[in-house]
Design a protein around this ligand. Sequence first.
Ligand code: SF4
Ligand code: SF4
Length: 166
Amino acid sequence: MSATRQLIEEMERKAISMAPENKAFLDKLARTKPKNLDRIIHKIHYEVFNEVDCLDCGRCCSSLGPMIFESDIDRMSSAVKMKTSAFKDMYIRMDEDGDYVFKEMPCPFLGHDNYCFIYQNRPKACREYPHTDRKRFYQVALKTYYNITTCPAVFEIVNRLKREMV
Ligand code: SF4
Ligand code: SF4
């Protein structure tokens, strides 16, 4: 079994029971904004993504709908050689918050092998997920809590971060 599949199993076994501890930890980071937080979490992010293979996972593309901007729709529609209006009709809806999202999940561009058919032109939100390498991580610490049960990389990043920040 690949390292990524092992990590997914571990996440599925432990993430729910660890939820209170993880929530308290990430809440504290959001409140206290430690000065060294970005340096530490960015290092861990790159270490973990050297070990995790997204092609062995695909969970974010199966279950989380990325927020989609007009510029994303322009890029995606030209990648699949469709008019923007036809692309919107076929793939896009507006959610209850007024944001564009894919009509259905799993994402229509996710292949059975977990490759993204439009990888070079995927939405900005897909490129940035799971946000553990962004600046001022404390601003997304609470959002990260909700990714711990979806993304095995986030599960592992938060575990390592807890060990380094004690
Ligand atoms: S566009 Fe690509 S990266 Fe984004 S959710 Fe779909 S398959 Fe995943
Ligand atoms: S859920 Fe995380 S590890 Fe899985 S494909 Fe998405 S970013 Fe990669």
